[in-house]
Ligand binder design. Sequence first.
Ligand code: H79
Length: 415
Amino acid sequence: MLKDTKQQWFKDAKYGLFIHWGLYSILAGEYNGKTTPTIAEWIMNELDIPVKEYEKLASRFNPVHFDAEEYVKLACNWGMKYITITSKHHDGFAMYHSKCSKYNIVDATPYGRDVIAQLAAACKKYDIKLCFYYSQAQDWHDPDGYMANHNNEGKNFRRYFDEKCLPQIKEILTMYGEIGMIWFDTPMGITAEESREIFDFVKSIQPDCIVSGRIGNNLGEYMTTGDNFIPALPYYGDWEVPATLNDTWGFKKSDHNWKSAKDVIRLMVKIVSRGGNYLLNIGPDALGDIPKESVDILNRVGEFLRLNGDSIYGTRAIEPYVYDVEDCLFTAKPHNLFIHLMKRMDRLKLLNIGNRIERAYLLATGEELEVDCRQTCEGDNSWEFRLPQAWPDDIDTVICVETFEEKPVFEPLQQ
Ligand code: H79
């Protein structure tokens, strides 16, 4: 069954900022002289840090460099249309002022301020959608929450569910205004009834709040792919790829395996050309500083989007047959085809696209292109573009083709 969020903003947004930030950011992947072999926010689970020990991190959490407006301004400059932040990750620590668990940033840290409230105010000011990650099934702090790789027998999950999970979901949906979506994760042993209960509960509070793919039991309103996983073919429902810039979500000192801006831009085009959204992560450190490497990469991607954003936002996937063209990817709007060229070329010939071209130009510079449209002896249509020597962007040079026919030419295959 195709997924439909019924939310236009999500279908058109295409690019969002994921923020993984919590107590694990203090450890930065290291504990008692050991470096965790995997993603940094899993350190409590991986290195078996006892609850009583891990809890003490709260007394050290004082992210005095955090500046919500700065974060939101960066996200806007980076071309992102929504922000999804960890309100509570698997470690069970709430990054907002929860009234039903003292294990939260206001009551348990020297910082004593609600970062989510600050972010919500900044998002409102700059008109960007705010969304919350919430770990519904795993909670390594609550004795009755699930924990991966550990024995969960004998737990009274229902108690945790009623006393922490549902009340916290209510809090995040009532304390911070309009929320774009809740990003649930790792459903583990959650039953279909429990997933349904959460779904209905969210909708009863904020009917327009999207429920993410990983609520469990296939009840989510859009398809979340595996972390960093891109489907091989277009998927015509609503979907999103959650992705990292290095190999961790939470800040990890030892991880320097950064993607380049080129990698990121090309991944974005690939995802968008197949109809998906790209939710790209940063992991701020314990002080609230964003790793400089992340900032540099995302600045460069932002530059690309400032010039070429029309070929990303609001676009839809088109028929997969066009995928065959080497070094090219396509995105489309009803009267525009965007041709993404990943390699320098003098000429580009496309067969059988059919429609009458009104005009073609390089999106980044506006330079008009000569196009030879003809019928071949076989009766096929061909478009041949002549491309300029001065090449705007080696990462992705975008041709915008305009057609003005009454009927939308590139019939969106998605809503
Ligand atoms: O929030 C981020 C991750 O922490 C979370 N989803 C993204 C968005 C996530 N939860 N689970 N997983 C990702 C996949 C879990 C993989 C596991 Fe493992 C394999 C858990 C245990 C073995 C990776 C390797 C984590 C610990 C060891």
